[in-house]
Design a protein around this ligand. Structure first.
Ligand SMILES: [Zn+2]
Length: 224
């Protein structure tokens, strides 16, 4: 058995010696191929990792961008505080025969006395429509010798408008919801306390505290 092995080993050694250059070349080729393969694999991995990193970054950025952009949207809805500015329409078209005056006495020829005039007076022909200055609810309709037929309308923000010296034939009823511009009644000569001014509307406005205030401040700037 040993005798037969020796020749085989000798043959193998002879084969190695004979093909040494070939073997070295094959080893070199394998080594180079391995290096190329490893280098390529590393590049692929690094490329993938940079792609992954880039892929992650935009999502982080976009989510980061979304967060600040969302708070700016909520600030939008908080701005439209729906307390719309109250703007009156003119209660009647005509000559202004009395302005609001709570610090200056005005002579009242009918009553023959000096007094303040905390109201807005518009003179117009008998039968001229008197409009509600703003949305509200009719609270009372009364008739007296001094103030004629008087319609009281409550609005939001505690405002109350009072339309005096109207014709007794009014077009609304108590508790009726009315809109800005709705006809409440008509100009007449129903009262006596401002007879010297002729047929006109005497409009008073009360605030939430119950004080008389100038209705003109709620008119459109073009109507003031
Ligand atoms: Zn008046």
């Amino acid at each position: 058995m040993e005798k037969t092995k020796k020749p085989k080993n000798a043959k193998f050694a002879a084969f190695i010696k004979k093909n040494l250059y070939l073997i070295l070349m094959i080893v070199c080729v394998i080594a180079i191929a391995t290096m190329v393969a490893v280098t390529y694999a590393t590049k692929q991995h690094s490329t993938d990792s940079t792609v992954d990193a880039n892929a992650n970054l935009p999502t982080d950025e976009s989510s980061g961008k979304n967060e600040p952009s969302e708070p700016t949207e909520p600030t939008g809805p908080s701005e439209p505080v729906e307390s719309a500015e109250i703007v009156f329409c003119l209660p009647a078209k005509g000559e202004i025969v009395g302005v609001f005056s709570n610090d200056t006495l005005v002579y009242n020829a009918t009553l023959n006395q000096w007094s303040t005039h905390e109201a807005y007076d518009v003179a117009a022909e008998v039968g001229t429509d008197v409009k509600c200055v703003y949305d509200g609810t009719v609270k009372s309709i009364t008739t007296s010798v001094l103030r004629g037929t008087e319609v009281v309308v409550e609005h939001k923000d505690g405002l109350t408008s009072v339309y005096s010296l109207l014709d007794s034939d009014v077009g609304v009823t108590v508790d009726q919801k009315v809109k800005k511009g709705d006809t409440l009644g008509k100009i007449a000569e129903s009262g006596t306390f401002e007879r010297h001014k002729g047929p006109h509307l005497h409009l008073e406005l009360y605030n939430a505290a119950g004080d008389k205030i100038d209705p003109v401040q709620y008119f459109e700037s073009s109507d003031k």
